[in-house]
Ligand binder design. Structure first.
Ligand code: FMN
Length: 193
């Protein structure tokens, strides 16, 4: 059984937006094909960016590969170390440090990279895959593992399919079943105030 936790909204949403949530229980036998990873890369690639500078890259690492294992062992912090290694792949999200030889401003660059990352996870959801962003990482270690010093490591996104809930410990089942919560609509958006 997989868990669905659709967003509770007053307006109907595009299904991948409503259905996406961040699981921590992945099927550790599931593998993603290169075509599926390429589709996620294409969704990332076609995001909008300031002046179309596209200050980004994403590196996909399949579970079991040398670099995936290195990140699982040395690149994650805290609780992420326990659940993330079961995902089918890591998407290492990178932001360019420079543009035409000049240092980039980090905040604006990260804004663009966030847009591209959002497209990636929406594409994943539309393909029946789940994803989970991780900021609890060790960026310098991940830079060394992937051998890239010209980008900031922004985050790692796990991608895969949900694991079997019934075979997990009850504490994990409870954690996965915890309802999603959001601020009220009035706190987040105003229409013609
Ligand atoms: C930039 C970013 C970093 C995050 N870092 C972590 C993380 O290190 N570990 C984790 O378990 N969840 C992490 N999350 C997931 C959030 O906790 C999660 O998206 C939030 O609680 C909302 O839950 P939902 O995605 O299921 O709607 C991160 C999310 C984002 C967007």
């Amino acid at each position: 059984m997989t868990i669905e936790k659709p967003a509770i909204t007053d307006s109907p949403l595009h299904p991948p937006i409503a259905q996406r949530w961040s699981p921590r229980l992945y099927d550790s036998d599931h593998e993603l094909s290169e075509a599926e990873l390429a589709a996620l890369g294409e969704a990332f690639r076609w995001a909008p960016s300031s002046n179309n500078q596209q200050p980004w890259q994403v590196v996909f690492l399949s579970r079991g590969s040398e670099k995936f294992n290195a990140i699982a062992e040395r690149g994650l912090t805290g609780f992420n170390q326990t659940w993330a290694p079961s995902a089918s792949a890591f998407a290492v999200v990178l932001a360019a440090k420079t543009h035409e030889g000049k240092d980039r401003e980090q905040a604006g660059t990260y804004f663009d990279v966030g847009l591209a990352s959002s497209q990636l996870v929406m594409q994943a959801q539309s393909m029946g895959l789940y994803s989970h962003f991780m900021g609890g990482i060790i960026p310098d270690e991940i830079s060394r593992i992937i051998g890239d010093e010209s980008h900031w490591v922004v985050c790692v996104i796990t991608v895969g399919v949900q694991g079997e809930l019934e075979s997990a410990e009850s504490a994990i089942q409870d954690r996965e079943r915890t309802p999603r919560a959001r601020k009220s609509s009035g706190e987040v958006y105003k229409i013609n105030p």
